[in-house]
Write a protein that binds this ligand. Structure first.
Ligand code: COA
Ligand code: AMP
Length: 637
């Protein structure tokens, strides 16, 4: 073998049980597993069946018992409230054990669901770990989602308890969460028994007697509760993510496989060490937050950072560097969009010069395709390797990465390097077989997926099979398309479905189309993701109005923009729409979204042979041009 990566990679595919069985030795087990991998129900696989463990014990108690009690577990830094707080592992243990006591006193037992609607505050981690401690399944909902999205998740997960903060704080604005929670519950068929509300000084919430309890009072009254031994295969959490329709997918993660994989990645992918400060500048509402703000750093005995702010504007584009220097951060992980925002405000890195960032060893980027410009800018200014890695909510950790703890490969800009150990990534050719090097097609992963990946969709195994397993039997369909070059470097180029990526946030154009179509004046609509310098992509709506509508277009556009904000949330960043006479379609009626996207992005495109009315593309191009998008002419025109 040439290097440690090759060795690990080959072994992980040839002998997955040996490979992951060895990795599992880093986790504390109350009872060892009966077998590493259960393939008897393929294509559904389970890791470590028969094993008993507790994720919270591994994240918290174990470290206190092993002498890390006085080490910082969480560094909370909130420029939006002017607050900083350090929480040691011993303090975290006390808080988590008591919060588990709060849940227990409210009747929550193993297997019950608890929905969390929280901003970036340490209590979000305490609540997640408190659930894990007693085997309750948490479902964190990102704070930027509007009440109807929260309602859909409450209805699907049927939580006994909801934990929320009274508000979140966006640069310069208080966003009251509690009224949104009340609205969501009022709309929901399922009613939680109780809500635990973290009453923040920025917003005093109205409490519903008998249902709502204040965090502080509940914690003061609660006694500590120990960790409950769980089956490795018991669910740890549900995390909802965008599907192709407005119906989100509840990705289910188990306890044992997840803990093993998370721990393994800290050394092998990130080359981090226990005791170091590891900062994932994301949000607990996303998978990156679950894996690398909460679980992986704490399982590993590192110090994690909870940052309540933005890369720019809180107060300026130097805040990331202030954080690195103040907390001696060794590993930074964020989305490329955050760096594009910083680069835009401080193109020459002047603010960076004011701070000592010498503690930083590497910058990891994920969540969207990393553009070579951003990678090079970050490398030039930070002087550390900038590592793009590819992953998804479903996978929980990187499918492809430069595994710097094993071997650092030269970087090819635009590629997240090679498949990580455990991942047999392939490209399907147009012919249906395996694609040759350089040939583009759907990216799939040969089953079984490694531990830590999704085990099903919450209460929707049929949908899990249909969406991910049925299209190419024996393989997991990633939903991304790309190619693998002759050196085994993977290039992730685009989604193959209706999902777009806005500022590193995954959104469904299908969900936005459902909102647009609900407007009484709209006969038909389409939403496409168009290129944006800062956010990577932003949604653009195309509306066809019903005959006889006399309301001015401007008013209808303002209405649909407001509707998307109210029903999906500000995070959708839906701000623009145009009114067109017809949508371009194939003769069989399929809307040509891809072609419209190419027109908006000024990319060349081939006139689809089956288009019903080619003239409509010119009209749409002109309408896009009128609002600032480039108008590409069809090839040869
Ligand atoms: N609660 C309530 N509202 C929220 C929110 C939250 N947790 N998060 C975002 N929003 C709102 C914002 O206030 C904004 O509202 P506006 O339309 O009224 O301005 C809207 O949702 C869009 O937010 P955002 O995508 O954050 O855009 P922005 O313009 O405020 O900031 C960036 C742009 C690039 C600085 C920001 O998107 C960013 O930091 N991105 C990194 C993303 C990331 O870490 N992703 C995780 C994957 S690794
Ligand atoms: P999410 O589930 O929100 O993490 O979004 C996952 C999607 O983001 C993937 O399916 C990709 O489309 C995209 N993505 C994430 N990381 C990368 C990356 N490094 N390169 C290209 N696309 C990425």
């Amino acid at each position: 073998m040439d290097n440690a990566y090759d060795e690990a990679y080959q072994r992980s595919l040839k002998d997955p049980e040996g490979f992951w069985g060895d990795a599992a030795a880093d986790i504390h087990w109350f009872k060892k597993w009966d077998r590493v991998l259960d393939s008897t129900n393929a294509p559904l696989y389970r890791w470590f069946p028969g094993g008993r463990m507790n994720t919270c014990y591994n994240c918290v108690d174990r470290h206190v018992e092993n002498g890390r009690g006085a080490q910082d577990a969480i560094l909370y830094d909130s420029p939006v409230t002017g607050t900083k707080r350090r929480i040691t592992y011993a303090q975290l243990q006390d808080q988590v054990a008591r919060f588990a006591g709060v849940l227990t006193s409210l009747g929550v037992v193993k297997g019950d669901r608890v929905i969390l609607y929280m901003p970036m505050v340490p209590e979000a981690l305490v609540a997640m770990l408190g659930c894990a401690r007693i085997g309750a399944i948490h479902g964190v909902v990102f704070g930027g989602f509007a009440p109807p999205e929260l309602m859909v998740r409450i209805n699907d997960a049927k939580p006994k308890v909801v934990v929320a903060a009274s508000c979140g704080i966006e640069a310069g604005r208080v966003i009251p969460y509690k009224p949104m929670l009340d609205e969501a519950i009022a709309m929901s068929a399922h009613q939680p028994d109780h809500c635990v509300i973290l009453e923040r000084p920025q917003h005093q919430p109205a409490m519903t007697a008998g249902r709502d309890i204040g965090w502080e009072a509940a914690m003061a009254a609660a006694g500590p509760v120990p960790c409950v031994p769980l089956e490795a295969t018991d669910p740890l959490y549900i995390l909802y993510t965008s599907g192709t329709t407005g119906d989100p997918k509840g990705v289910v993660r188990d306890n044992g496989g997840h803990a093993v994989a998370m721990y393994w990645t800290m050394k092998n992918i990130y080359n981090a060490n226990p005791g170091e400060v590891y900062w994932s500048a994301s949000d607990v509402g996303w998978v990156v937050g679950h894996s690398y703000i909460v679980y992986a750093p704490l399982l590993y005995g590192a110090t994690t950072v909870v940052f309540e702010g933005k890369p720019v504007g809180t107060p300026d584009a130097g805040v990331f560097w202030r954080m690195v220097s103040e907390y001696k951060i060794r590993t930074l992980f964020t989305a490329p969009t955050a760096f594009r925002a910083i680069k835009r405000e401080d193109p020459d890195g002047q603010l960076l010069k004011q701070y000592d960032t010498s503690s930083l060893r590497a910058l990891f980027l994920a969540g969207e395709r990393s553009d070579p410009d951003t990678i090079q800018w970050a490398e030039r200014h930070l002087g550390v390797p900038v590592i793009d890695h590819w992953w998804q909510t479903e996978t929980g950790w990187a499918i492809a990465a430069n595994c710097t703890g094993l071997h650092s490969f030269p970087i090819k800009p635009g590629s997240p390097t090679k498949a990580a150990p455990g991942w047999d990534v392939q490209v399907i050719a147009e012919s249906g077989g395996r694609a040759a090097a350089g040939e583009q097609g759907p990216l799939v992963v040969k089953l079984p997926l490694p531990p830590g990946t999704l085990v099903t969709l919450w209460q929707r195994e049929d949908r899990f099979r249909k969406a991910y397993l049925d299209p190419f039997p024996g393989y997991y369909l990633s939903g991304d398309a790309g190619y693998i070059d002759e050196d085994d470097y993977i290039f992730v180029m685009a989604r193959t479905d209706d999902i777009i990526n806005v500022a590193g946030h995954r959104l469904s154009t299908g969900a936005m189309e459902e909102v647009l179509s609900s407007h009484p004046a709209v006969a038909e609509c389409a939403v496409v993701g168009v290129a944006d310098d800062l956010k990577g992509q932003v949604p653009l709506g195309l509306l066809v109005l019903k005959a006889g509508v006399t309301t001015p277009n401007k008013e209808i556009i303002a209405d649909v923009v407001r509707l998307v904000r109210e029903r999906i949330g500000a995070v959708a960043a839906f701000k623009t729409a145009i009114v067109v006479k017809r949508l371009p379609k194939t003769r069989s009626g399929k809307v040509l979204r891809g072609t419209m996207q190419k027109i908006a992005d000024n990319q060349s495109f081939k006139m689809p042979a089956t288009i019903d009315d080619p003239a409509i593309l010119t009209e749409i191009g002109e309408a896009m041009e009128a609002i600032g998008y480039a108008h590409a002419r069809k090839d040869g025109a």
